[in-house]
Structure formats: structure tokens, C-alpha cells
Design a protein around this ligand. Structure first.
Ligand code: F0G
Length: 356
């Protein structure tokens, strides 16, 4: 086994890499594609896989795009990067900014960011502005800043971000030998569904896949502008990562849906939490609530009549559950028990028969 050289090296021929692009890497990409042992069978889908993007260096898929955006910022001799974020983009920007000696500024919506994500931005020394408003407002602010100052925007409106993120689709095809029949994915700002579709189309055009998947995107019910067909002024959901009312890549997400013959639908917070618990308790996958929206969408779709027999399906698990550890305790099915540090106490707690 070689070391993970990162997505810039692994896919350099398919990325905007020039001789002047620094080939930086924190070891992003090459994430596991894990076969389901429980959920797939229970839904009549024999071949279900989870793409574990929480295994990226900062715990989410954002690193794939951030490494390209930051490399291009370095190439352009930019000294400062900025983003608005529901948390993961800011964690990723802060890490790559620190690694590359850039000033990093992140704008996050007040009271809306998971503790682990904020801890990452703090640890990496980013300048953190907590905005009294939602993500959509924070994004408008950073776009305004970049119009009048020489600062590089590293949100997914920066095309290099999507270029990097499309490598996840390449990896899925490289692992399976073809594109799956269906790809289930959470949708927030709608950059990732756009990037996956780009990746699948590019690999298909190159003859590396004989088909392209149906793109199945899922928003949270209280933050489902694409499903409703209108921006949501005050988006609300437990899945804070996708608490977004006016996605930047709205049109390209709709195009991915329509060109692929897929769907973009909404799932409720209860469905998201059920999938979050199911993944942790039956599949060994601890993800964040936003990530569970893909599996919640899969469950909802099969209950609604989608027949996945004989189909190959991939669910993208976009981020790790360690970002928001408090949530695990709040919805726990087990509680820690305190005991004295003696064998009988262990046996008693476990209701084991005492031998001898
Ligand atoms: N899952 C997670 C864990 C995310 O952090 C995000 C987006 C998404 C899914 C949705 O992806 O926006 O490309 O449609 N997080 C952004 C952020 C908005 O600021 O970290 P998308």
C-alpha cells in the first residue's frame, strides 16, 4: 500500500493543474466505499454502498474541493481566503489555510454551527466572524467582500471547488468498475450534487464508465428551496450543515437531476434522525445528520415504491458524526453506567453468572 498522495496528484490530468500549481495535500480523497450489511437488504437492495467522506482529513468531503481551490489561490499569489459556512467548509478552509500559510477568514451563522466544526476553525487559527443571520446572508456578505478586495472566495461558487469535489465520482467508478445505477446525496448549497454529476459525465465521456447514475438529491423538509421551487427565508432543520434557503448551485443541481433522470426530494428531521441512528447502530457508520439525509432519502424512496432489486446504489456519507458529539447522547439508545473498579461490579453490571 502506497501513501495517499491526495486528489491533485491522483487526478491531475482531469483537474485544472498547471506546471505552476503547487501539489499540496493533507491526504484528502481515496475514501472507503463500504458495502452495506443491513440497510440494503432490509430495503430489497442487494448492492448498496456507502462512500465514507467523513474519512477525509477534516472529516468531510469539502477537503477534495478545498485542496484545489487553495492550490489555485497559491498559484494566483493570493494571501487571504474567505468563505461562508454552515461549518464544514470553514473547518476545511481553516486547515488548508493553516497548512499553506494563508490568512483564513470564515463567516458562520450564529448559533447554527456544530461544536466540532467551530473547534476546528479555532484550532487552525482562522479569523471567525459569527454573523447575526443565516448561511445565505453570510454567503452574500463574503461575495460582497470579494468584489471589492483582493481576497479569494473558497465557497463552491469558486469553480475549482467543484473540480476537486468531482473526484469522489471518479473514485466511485474506479472502485466499482462502472458508475452505479443510483447515487443518493444530501443537498444544501447544491455544489456537491453538481460536482458528482460533472465527475460522472466526464468519466462517461472518457469511456471509463458505460453509464451515468440517476442523481437522487435530498434536502431537509424545513430547508427545501429546490423541492418547493422558491427560496426559503428562514431555513430550519436539525441537519445544520444543510440549513440553507437559497442554494448557490440551484440551477446546476436541477440540471443534474433532469439530465440523469433523477429526483430532488425532501426528508423530515425525524427521517434524518432515524437514518442517523440506523447507520450508527446497524452499519457501524457514525455520520452527521446532514449526511444521513442520503440514507433517509433512500428509505423514503423505496417506501414510496422505488424498486432497487438488481440495482447498484451508492449513498454519499458526507461528514463524520464526531463533528457534533452532543447529538449522539441526545438521541442515545444506551447510557454509560458508572461502577467501582472491581471485577464483581463488572459482572453485576453485565448480569453475568458468577463462576466458582
Ligand atoms: N453534507 C455535509 C456534511 C455538509 O457540510 C454539506 C454542506 C452538505 C452535505 C451539502 O453539500 O452544500 O454541496 O449541497 N456544507 C456547506 C458548509 C454548506 O458550509 O460546510 P452542498
Amino acid at each position: 500500500m502506497g501513501t495517499n498522495a491526495g486528489v491533485l496528484r491522483r487526478y491531475r490530468d482531469l483537474l485544472p493543474v498547471t506546471s505552476a500549481t503547487p501539489m499540496i495535500s493533507l491526504g484528502e480523497g481515496s475514501t472507503p466505499l463500504v458495502r452495506s450489511r443491513h440497510v440494503g437488504k432490509s430495503l430489497g437492495c442487494e448492492e448498496l454502498y456507502f462512500k465514507l467522506e467523513g474519512c477525509n482529513p477534516t472529516g468531510s468531503f469539502k477537503d477534495r474541493g478545498m485542496v484545489v481551490a487553495v492550490a489555485k489561490a497559491l498559484e494566483a499569489r493570493s494571501a487571504t481566503i474567505i468563505c461562508a459556512s454552515t461549518g464544514n467548509t470553514s473547518a476545511s478552509a481553516a486547515a488548508y489555510g493553516a497548512y499553506c500559510g494563508l490568512r483564513t477568514v470564515v463567516l458562520v451563522p450564529k448559533g447554527s454551527v456544530a461544536s466540532g466544526k467551530l473547534a476546528q476553525a479555532i484550532a487552525h487559527g482562522a479569523q471567525i466572524l459569527v454573523v447575526n443571520g443565516n448561511f445565505d446572508r453570510a454567503l452574500a456578505l463574503v461575495q460582497a467582500v470579494c468584489r471589492s478586495h483582493p481576497i479569494t472566495l473558497v465557497n463552491s461558487v469558486n469553480p475549482h471547488r467543484l473540480q476537486g469535489q468531482k473526484t469522489a465520482a471518479f473514485e466511485v467508478v474506479d472502485a466499482l468498475g462502472n458508475a452505479p445505477d443510483y447515487l443518493f446525496i444530501p443537498v444544501g448549497n447544491a455544489g456537491n450534487i453538481t460536482a458528482y454529476w460533472m465527475g460522472f459525465c466526464q468519466y462517461h465521456a472518457l469511456g471509463k464508465a458505460s453509464q451515468r447514475p440517476r442523481m437522487m438529491g435530498f434536502q431537509a423538509e424545513g430547508a427545501a428551496p429546490i423541492v418547493r421551487g422558491a427560496p426559503v427565508a428562514n431555513p430550519a432543520t436539525i441537519a445544520s450543515a444543510i440549513r440553507i434557503g437559497n442554494p448557490a448551485s440551484w440551477q446546476s443541481a436541477v440540471a443534474a437531476r433532469d439530465q440523469s433522470g433523477g429526483r430532488i426530494d425532501a426528508v423530515s428531521d425525524d427521517e434524518i434522525l432515524d437514518a442517523y441512528k440506523l447507520l450508527a447502530s446497524k452499519e457501524g457508520v457514525f455520520c452527521e445528520p446532514a449526511s444521513a439525509a442520503s440514507v433517509a432519502g433512500l428509505i423514503r424512496s423505496t417506501r414510496g415504491g422505488l424498486d432497487l432489486r438488481g440495482q447498484r446504489v451508492v449513498c454519499v456519507i458526507t461528514g463524520t458524526g464526531l463533528k457534533e458529539p452532543e447529538l449522539a447522547s441526545r438521541y442515545a439508545t444506551t447510557t454509560p453506567v458508572e461502577i467501582e473498579a472491581e471485577l464483581p461490579n463488572v459482572e453485576q453490571a453485565l448480569e453475568l453468572a458468577v463462576v466458582g
